[in-house]
Design a binder for this molecule. Structure first.
Ligand code: SF4
Length: 392
């Protein structure tokens, strides 16, 4: 097995919706971002903590030595300790929620190749107690909140775990959990074993067979975001360029229905333009010509060669030191980051030193899980913006 399976769980949202994408991606270079490497490091710290707590008891010296080794990575940040503690706390709450100690596995290779050729993935943590299995995934990213609801990556992990453990345990229910500590999010989705097996047989098998052979239709959508072909894919380009069709429609003013449809398309259009821009820049920097475009130096920045020396010099020229520094209070979210969630709550929320006001209304697709903005939210917002005065 290679480190990345063609039909891996992490890419399932692509190959289940757009079956030829897996083979197309194979023809394109892969790249690992610094964010991904940072995520891997946080995973390793989380794994070490879970192993110490549940599967590989180790003395404090061994634990500290292993942790120190991970902390020597240039990508290490102190906040990783706090965020992996949130993950550990969640796993501990599940484990200790059982009357007798459940089975726990950490970083478990999960094989679902019976349903998708060479399909496998790695589950961060599996807990089995009675007829319930928890499949828990730590996501260190903070760009996009990831929901566990009908999440195909989680469902494939669950399928692999089910195939591994169903002989030993009488499993009936699976709880899939995504812990995303930097977004303060723990998303859970419960599914019966029967429903999962129905999905595996009726959705996964057919799509996996097509994906393995590189067959089926290219289907653009949300999933394009993480596809290696996302800049050059013709199906995505055709989908976005077809926005023009609205220009030929009559009557001269768009209907609200058309506005909704165009906005839906425009969302991907903007992302696609960014992907194309990134692709074109990297090509021009390699010396490849992109018709009508070239790379230039961006706006530069100015910085002191030695700030202490420069400031000392300014003071010697008669400028008061107080003029050279600015003292600014940290924002509430920055203080929360500094204190940690629990202390922040205890010291500032519970003592009513922080108030939460709704943000400005923003347009999102109807599928967005957030609650719809109500008229009274709007009134409250205006009241705040008008310095507490009621609006008529
Ligand atoms: S960019 Fe989208 S449509 Fe094109 S291959 Fe990738 S997932 Fe499919």
């Amino acid at each position: 097995m290679s480190a990345h399976a063609l039909l891996g769980a992490s890419g399932a949202h692509k190959w289940l919706h757009c079956t030829p994408s897996a083979r197309l991606e194979e023809t394109l270079p892969d790249s690992t971002s610094e964010y991904a490497q940072e995520g891997s490091l946080a995973h390793e710290i989380g794994e070490l903590k879970l192993r110490k707590a549940f599967t590989d008891p180790m003395g404090p010296r061994t634990f500290t030595n292993r942790l120190k080794k991970l902390q020597s990575n240039p990508l290490y940040q102190d906040e990783m300790l706090r965020h992996t503690d949130t993950y550990l706390d969640y796993v501990s709450s599940v484990v200790h929620g059982y009357k007798t100690l459940p089975y726990v596995a950490v970083e478990k290779k999960l094989d679902y190749s019976a349903y998708a050729p060479e399909g496998f993935g790695t589950g961060d943590c599996i807990i089995i107690g009675g007829s319930i299995m928890h499949v828990i995934d730590l996501k260190y990213g903070k760009g996009v909140p990831v929901s566990a609801f009908e999440n195909p990556q989680m469902m494939l992990y669950a399928l692999g775990a089910l195939l591994e453990y169903s002989i030993l345990y009488g499993l009936e229910q699976i709880v899939m959990v995504i812990v995303q500590p930097r977004l303060d999010s723990i998303s859970e989705f419960v599914m019966s074993v029967n429903d999962l097996m129905y999905w595996a047989t009726n959705t996964v098998m057919g799509a996996a067979e097509k994906a393995w052979k590189g067959e089926g239709e290219f289907v653009p959508g949300e999933h394009c975001r993480f596809c290696r072909a996302n800049a050059l894919c013709r199906a995505r380009a055709d989908f976005n360029v077809s926005l023009e069709e609205f220009g030929y429609q009559k009557p001269p003013l768009l209907t609200n229905e058309e506005v909704g449809q165009i906005l839906e398309k425009a969302q991907d259009l903007a992302k696609w333009a960014k992907d194309l821009e990134a692709y074109a820049l990297s090509e021009t920097l390699k010396g490849v010509e992109i018709s009508g475009w070239k790379a230039v130096a961006g706006r530069g920045s100015r910085k002191f060669i030695d700030i202490d020396e420069a400031f000392k010099f300014l003071v010697s020229k008669g400028y008061a030191e107080a003029l050279l520094y600015k003292r600014e209070p940290l924002s509430a979210p920055a203080i929360e980051e500094l204190l940690g969630k629990n202390i922040y709550k205890e010291l500032l929320i519970d003592t009513e030193k922080v108030e939460k006001t709704p943000g400005k209304p923003t347009l999102v697709p109807a599928s967005d899980p957030r609650e719809e903005f109500k008229q009274y939210d709007l009134a409250e917002l205006f009241k705040n913006e008008l310095g507490g005065k009621e609006i008529e």
